[in-house]
Design a protein around this ligand. Structure first.
Ligand code: 5AD
Length: 490
């Protein structure tokens, strides 16, 4: 059977989609190639969030195409995911060696498409149509890699942590963001469907589950059927103000608020009940949806780990408004304060954009002061990138590239300084880690994560994989901790 290599760009949702495609292909008899060299099919699962991510994937495909044309004319080349969705046929027009362009609602069709192309029944396939129910199609996992479970005896699966996709799409329409156009309207899977998948994973040895969605705090407010009825995607030129009115009209909640708890918290409760599951994480929430019921869930559900990734984007109220984020700096800081009260020591990470159109030096300094005030454990900093058809791309006062870079550097210094202090403060302390596997940098060592989502590297062996282990933190590196299990597990 043909071998397939999938290269993934971008976020955890993309990683999850690639895993589901790989699992689907393995189930159909394809094998997974360890690299592009020698693979019969090469798929790039793409990201559109910034231009840089798109250019990287396009550059990669150009190189692959040149090599394939010269040396291996029968190799099948494909784009999947967000850029495939937003650019469609345009990708083949530009890169005629590409055979397949598969959008974000069509991952489950990957094997069928490849079968057709490999059998010569179809030359090229572009499938970027919307598909009702597609949010429930990302469900296959690849816990044992290429090998079958039975071949593995009683060994734990290669993956003791798993991502579970709970919803697709986003209706928030932040003015900088392309995601509503690449991932579509919010569509949620049902609670029993998600819990069933989680149970299955736990029965196969998974200890930690991360619930995934583009905006998980909106989970369950609309189900696929309602989204399909609502139907119309907002046109990029439609003013944001119209949206508030329209969303209220259409906001038919399939999961009613129960005992003051939102659909997302109801889902957390249900997943929490699974015996054998040790840890629950989720990403990404939106501060707007971070209600007291969710804060209370942190205090009430011990499997919900002390970790929150809560994208803030800016510390300036003026910029937050231009971004259409729907909260103020004060409200954001208030959520963090409550979270810390519910779970002292909780690890807080964030996403920040620098150089959003109209961001002044004063606005940027407010982001710096917010970073100092909140004391993030880590932050992903993004230089603003103009995205096609998004409202911010047409805003006046685009910030010059040099200033974006300079602000990126200044913020990075603040984030690194805070991170260093926070990580160093953990030296000498004890922490529980879930051992995930060999360290990427040094495969002779093992790595795990603390409940606060910090990576810990230690001298261990493969038999530790999947274990919850107490370690003493002996040293802190750059956003990495080093630990010693022997000291606490004598
Ligand atoms: N430019 C720069 N960063 C962006 N992000 C989303 N859109 C853009 C853009 N146009 C960042 C946000 C988001 C993260 C996943 O990517 O910070 O939280």
């Amino acid at each position: 059977m043909p071998s397939v290599y999938i290269k993934t760009y971008g976020c955890q949702m993309n990683e999850r989609d690639s895993e589901a495609v790989a699992a689907q292909l393995v189930a159909k008899g394809y094998t997974l190639a360890p690299s592009e060299v020698g693979a019969d099919v090469i798929l790039l699962n793409t990201c559109s969030v910034r231009d840089f991510a798109e250019q990287k994937a396009i550059g990669k495909m150009q190189n692959l195409a040149a090599d394939v044309r010269k040396n291996r004319p029968n190799v099948v080349l494909g784009f999947m995911g967000c850029m495939a969705q937003s650019r469609g046929q345009e990708l083949i027009d530009r890169l005629p060696d590409v055979d397949l362009v598969l959008g974000t609602q069509k991952f489950h069709r990957a094997a069928d498409c490849l079968d057709e192309i490999l059998a010569g029944r179809r030359d090229k396939i572009v499938d970027v149509a919307e598909e009702q129910g597609s949010e429930a199609t990302i469900r296959e996992h690849l816990l044992y890699g290429n090998a079958s479970k039975n071949g593995g005896g009683h060994r734990p699966p290669l993956q003791v942590t798993a991502f579970v996709s709970i919803m697709q799409g986003c209706n928030q329409y932040c003015t900088f963001c392309i995601v509503p156009y690449t991932r579509g309207e919010e569509r949620s899977r049902s609670i029993p469907d998600i819990v069933g998948e989680c149970r299955q994973l736990v029965s196969q040895g998974v200890k930690e589950i991360t619930l995934l969605g583009q905006i998980v705090t909106s989970y369950g407010r609309r189900r696929a059927s309602e989204a399909a009825v609502a139907g119309r995607a907002r046109s990029p030129s439609e003013p944001v103000e119209n949206l508030e009115v329209r969303r209220r009209d259409e906001d038919i909640a399939p999961y009613q608020i129960k005992d003051g708890r939102s659909a997302f918290v109801q889902l957390l409760n249900a997943v929490h009940e699974i015996d054998g599951l040790e840890r629950i994480r989720f990403t990404s929430p939106h501060p707007k949806g971070y209600g007291d019921d969710l804060i209370e869930a942190y205090a009430r559900l011990p499997k919900l780990v002390e970790s929150a990734h809560l994208p803030v984007q800016s510390g300036s109220d003026r910029v937050l408004k231009l971004m259409h984020r729907g909260y103020t700096r004060e409200r954001y800081a208030g959520i963090i304060e409550k979270l810390r009260r519910a779970r002292p020591g909780i690890g807080i990470t964030t996403d920040i954009i620098v150089g959003f159109p109209g961001e002044t030096e004063d606005d940027f300094e407010q982001t710096l002061t917010l970073a100092r005030e909140v004391q993030f454990d880590n932050a992903y900093i993004f230089k603003y990138s103009q995205r096609r058809d998004t409202p911010a791309a047409a805003m006046p006062d685009q910030v010059p590239q040099l200033i974006r870079e300079e602000r990126n550097q200044r913020l990075l210094e603040v984030i690194n300084e805070i991170g260093k202090r926070k990580y160093s403060a953990l030296v000498g302390r004890q922490a529980q880690i879930l051992v995930e596997g060999p360290s990427k940098k040094n495969p002779a060592r093992m790595t795990g994560r603390t409940r606060c989502n910090k990576i810990v590297v230690f001298d261990g062996a493969d038999r530790h994989r999947g274990q919850l282990m107490d370690v003493k933190i002996t040293r802190a590196g750059s956003f990495t901790l080093y630990g010693d299990p022997a000291i606490v597990n004598l």
